[in-house]
Write a protein that binds this ligand. Structure first.
Ligand code: IPM
Ligand code: MG
Length: 355
């Protein structure tokens, strides 16, 4: 029996609908297991630009810092394409990651047997299943490096820089994660070209000595992209930089069926994390009650497990998702022949009813 304060950052596009779906499920968990989840909402992204003139108001940071954990929908949309780079919706997202010190981003891709048909890969590539955990560095690298542009716009540059400390701390997360999985880490870099990648590789090798049970190997990012597409079963944990992780996690989620299914957890030194679906704000379908809320719902399950230590409760959410999929219910993005198509709200309600 516990009380947990959660800051909700619904954001833009489909964000409010999918976050509301996750709240429905969290409330069902609260009822079943006797916990109290209390919610505070705050603005981030485009809606915050409209209301406050910035994509990340100080009040939002303060509310997140005062809560036990944060659940985010999505940010961005064409409406804000023209706004200056430093106040774009995306900079609000990067800003909150930095402000909360969330340097490690866990992005699991699992192929659910019910959704095999939704994967773009042929059956023979999926025989051995697919269960990849991308551990992405989240507060360093080129995303946060020095940005420059010539006054006459004749050039612009972004800097990819990693300190040994930054590599060590994300590496530790990857090795610890591997210890409770298959004990295999593939570190992805571009050490044949980039100096920052060479330091990355050396540091991972050094760290590996502390984890003799874990098999560490290295892969160049171009090859890693190809390997995810042709033989995803070979991967257990992938650890990589901010930008390579951004790219490879979209790929690993797509091969698992739909980007609408996959959660993520962003963590720092403490227990507070930020949990969000890995997909975007899908402005084209916003407000239509057709978005898939499952990625956000299973992100909430990751919150239960990783921030609150509520393992049984997290399992109940994942089982409820499976039960609804087993019963043949699908949102449009994962619809296949013979299944029953339902909307965002009904999907969330059905999952909540199965808790
Ligand atoms: C993600 C997104 C963000 C990122 C964007 C919206 C800034 O693509 O979470 O993967 O690049 O980190
Ligand atoms: Mg991305």
């Amino acid at each position: 029996m516990g009380t947990y304060n959660i800051t909700l950052l619904p954001g833009d596009g489909i964000g409010p609908e999918i976050v509301s779906g996750a709240v429905t499920v969290l409330n069902a968990v609260g009822k079943k297991f006797n916990h109290t989840f209390s919610y505070t909402e705050a603005d981030i992204g485009g809606c915050a630009i409209d209301k406050h003139g910035t994509s990340l108001p100080q009040e939002t940071i303060d509310k997140c810092l005062a809560s036990d954990s944060v659940l985010l929908g999505a940010v961005g949309g064409p409406k804000w394409d023209g706004v200056p780079a430093d106040i774009r919706p995306e900079s609000g997202l990067l800003g909150i990651r930095k402000a909360l010190g969330l340097y490690s981003n866990l992005r699991p891709s699992i192929l659910k047997p019910q959704l095999k048909a939704a994967s773009p890969l042929k059956d023979d590539k999926l025989e051995s299943g697919l269960d990849i955990m991308v551990v992405r560095e989240l507060t360093g690298g080129i995303y946060f490096g020095k940005k420059q542009r010539a006054a006459d716009n004749s050039w612009a540059s972004d800097e990819e820089k990693y300190s040994r400390e930054e590599i060590l701390r994300i590496g530790k997360i990857a090795f610890e994660t591997a210890m409770i999985r298959q004990k295999r880490v593939v570190s992805v870099d571009k050490a044949n070209v980039l100096e920052s990648s060479r330091l990355w590789r050396e540091t991972m090798n050094e760290l590996a000595k502390d984890y003799p049970e874990v098999a560490l190997s290295h892969m160049y990012v171009d090859n890693a992209a190809m390997q995810i597409a042709i033989n995803p079963a070979q991967f257990d944990v992938i650890v990589t930089s901010n930008i390579f992780g951004d790219i490879l996690s979209d790929l690993s989620s797509a091969v698992a069926g739909s980007i609408g299914m996959l959660p993520s957890a962003s963590l720092g030194a403490g227990k507070r994390g930020m949990y969000e679906p890995i997909h975007g704000s899908a402005p084209d379908i916003a407000g239509m009650d057709i978005a898939n809320p499952i990625a956000t719902i299973v992100s909430a399950a990751m919150m239960l497990e990783l921030s609150f230590g509520l393992l049984e409760e997290a399992r109940a959410v994942n089982c409820a998702v499976d039960a609804v999929l087993d019963a043949g219910y699908r949102t449009a993005d994962i619809m296949s022949e013979g299944m029953k198509k339902i909307g965002t709200k009904e999907m969330a309600d059905r999952i909540a009813a199965n808790i």
